[in-house]
Structure formats: structure tokens, C-alpha cells
Write a protein that binds this ligand. Structure first.
Ligand code: MEV
Length: 309
């Protein structure tokens, strides 16, 4: 038995605008992960994916046309490796809530691809894995920017400009975040599609908002690199306001953001696709407990702590 995994992610600044070529900053959340556990199978049994969370048992046949994202991912990996399905059972399970802005789909795809590659006795560069997970993201999201798969595959904080232009990102001081889950599941595909509709209806107005988000990301980068946490926090609040203007926040997200700010969070915003899912609050270690309490009182169904170094 071997275990392969990939982390969740949060976007600190720049979601949605990144789909339009603006920069964004994202970090992995190593404590929240998707796992793929390999188990040996009888000779000739072929490859079987067991999705523990949904109870599905999925045989992988290279020739079959199956409308299932996990089987498609497995086929994609096998074709890339030029390999036939190995005799193996791969069990998938994830701590990352689905459709909640934390990159659950990309993480499960990355863990599965790592497990299949190992079962085939092959190796896969992060660059190739990133390309394969991006293809899976296209199936989930339609027009993904590529930020989710990149931060999840490389498992490091990144400043992302495009799929071919991203770099590691280093904050000057450790950053302490709380992640608050609204409990509302919202597919990224829909919020991205709705922003696209707004953009098509009024390009000039929406472009201004996307440009403003892009400028905030550049300013936030500088603030974090110089350790100016109060500027970083202010820019999170500004970023949230612009995301609201783009209609991708929700009453639940706004309530959690307000609750965190009211008890001393340095900054707070929604994170990811929005309309539900998760928000993040930048806190000091001394204020973490009170912000956590405020988030729970305001309706967060779960709160996780994440440290970025
Ligand atoms: C989703 O985590 C981030 C979005 O910007 C979509 C994307 O970048 O593909 C909303």
C-alpha cells in the first residue's frame, strides 16, 4: 500500500480577474488534502478506482467512453504515460469539501494521477502533471485560469500571471489565516460563467473592476513582501468589495467577512469561485481565537487555521 496526496488551496487575492489575465496570489493548505491509496489487485483484474466518499467503484478501460471525471483523468494519465491500465485498486478520499472554492477537484485529480503513475512504474514531472490536471479542470470549470492546478501541483505559494508565467511567492512574515466555510456548495463553473455574462453585457465597467483587482494584487504582493500586514488586510477588504460588485459573493460570505473584521481580523474576503464556499480572514495569533469564535457564531460550519511561511 502506498499513499499519494495533494493539498487544498486558497486564493489570497485576484480570483475571477485572473481568468481575464490579471495576476493573483494563491497558497496551498497542506493540512487539508485529497488522498489516493494504492492496493494490489489480482493479475488481470485491471485498474479500479474506488471513490470512498461517494461509494463508486469505477473500472478504467482505455477504450471505453465514460462520462466520469475520475475515469477520464485516469485515461488521460495512462495515455500520457503510454501505459496500459495496471492491475491495481486506487482508493480515493478527500478532506477537502467539494464545490467550496478550495480546489477539491484539482487535488483529487493530482493525487489520482500520482498514484496511477506509481502503479505503472513511471515518473511524471510536476510540469506534465500540471498540464494533465489543467485538462481535468477544463472539464469541471470550462475556462479555468490554471491557478488552482498550479498551486496544488507545485504545493507552494505562487504569484500567478498565466499558465506559462508564475513564480514562487514569499511573504516577509508568517501569515495566519482562518478559513471559514459557509457550508453552501457552489460550482465555480457557474460563478465564472456569470462574470463572463456581465463582462459581455458591459465590457467597459467590468474591465475597470478587473483592472482594479489586478492593481490590488500587485499592491498586496508588495505589502506582503515588505511585511505591511495592515495594507495587506485593507487590500483583502477592497478585493472582497470588488468581488461583490462582480456578484460572486453571497449573504453568507458577506456575513462571515463582516464578523471577522468586527472582532479584529486584519483583513477578510471570500476566496475562490464564491457564491458560497469559503472565506478567509488574516489574523494575528493573539486574535485568532476571537475571530474563530465570531465566525462560528456568524454561521461558519467549519473553521480551519492555515499558516503561510
Ligand atoms: C477558482 O478557484 C478561481 C477562479 O478565478 C477561477 C479560475 O481562476 O479558473 C474563480
Amino acid at each position: 500500500m502506498s499513499i499519494y496526496s495533494a493539498p487544498a488551496k486558497i486564493i489570497l487575492y485576484g480570483e475571477h480577474a485572473v481568468v481575464y489575465g490579471k495576476p493573483a496570489i494563491a497558497v496551498p493548505v497542506p493540512l487539508l488534502r485529497a488522498f489516493a491509496v494504492t492496493r494490489s489487485a489480482e493479475p488481470g483484474q485491471g485498474l479500479i478506482i474506488r471513490a470512498i466518499d461517494t461509494g463508486h467503484e469505477l473500472p478504467v478501460d482505455l477504450a471505453a467512453e465514460v462520462d466520469n471525471s475520475l475515469v477520464e483523468m485516469a485515461q488521460r494519465v495512462l495515455r500520457h504515460l503510454n501505459a496500459t491500465p495496471p492491475d491495481a485498486i486506487i482508493e480515493l478520499r478527500s478532506d477537502i469539501p467539494v464545490a467550496s472554492g478550495l480546489g477539491s477537484g484539482a487535488a483529487i485529480s493530482a493525487a489520482l494521477a500520482r498514484a496511477i503513475t506509481a502503479c505503472c512504474g513511471c515518473t511524471l514531472t510536476n510540469e506534465d502533471l500540471n498540464m494533465l490536471v489543467y485538462a481535468a479542470e477544463q472539464r469541471y470549470h470550462g475556462t479555468p485560469s490554471g491557478i488552482d492546478n498550479t498551486v496544488i501541483v507545485y504545493e507552494m505559494p505562487i504569484l500567478f500571471r498565466s499558465r506559462s508565467d508564475f513564480e514562487p511567492f514569499h511573504a516577509r512574515t508568517p501569515l495566519h489565516f482562518l478559513i471559514g466555510d459557509t457550508g453552501v456548495r457552489a460550482p465555480t463553473r457557474e460563478s465564472v460563467g456569470d462574470v463572463r455574462k456581465l463582462y459581455e453585457q458591459d465590457k467597459q465597467t467590468i474591465q475597470k473592476k478587473l483592472d482594479a483587482i489586478g492593481a490590488h494584487v500587485e499592491a498586496a504582493r508588495q505589502a506582503l513582501e515588505t511585511g505591511d500586514l495592515s495594507a495587506a488586510g485593507r487590500l483583502m477588504v477592497e478585493n472582497h468589495r470588488l468581488l461583490r460588485d462582480l456578484t460572486v459573493s453571497s449573504p453568507e460570505l458577506d456575513r462571515l467577512v463582516q464578523a471577522a473584521l468586527a472582532v479584529g481580523a486584519i483583513g477578510a474576503k471570500m476566496s475562490g469561485g464564491g457564491r458560497g464556499g469559503n472565506m478567509i480572514a488574516l489574523v494575528m495569533p493573539e486574535t485568532e481565537a476571537q475571530v474563530r469564535q465570531a465566525l462560528e457564531t456568524a454561521g461558519a460550519v467549519r473553521v480551519w487555521a492555515a499558516e503561510v511561511r
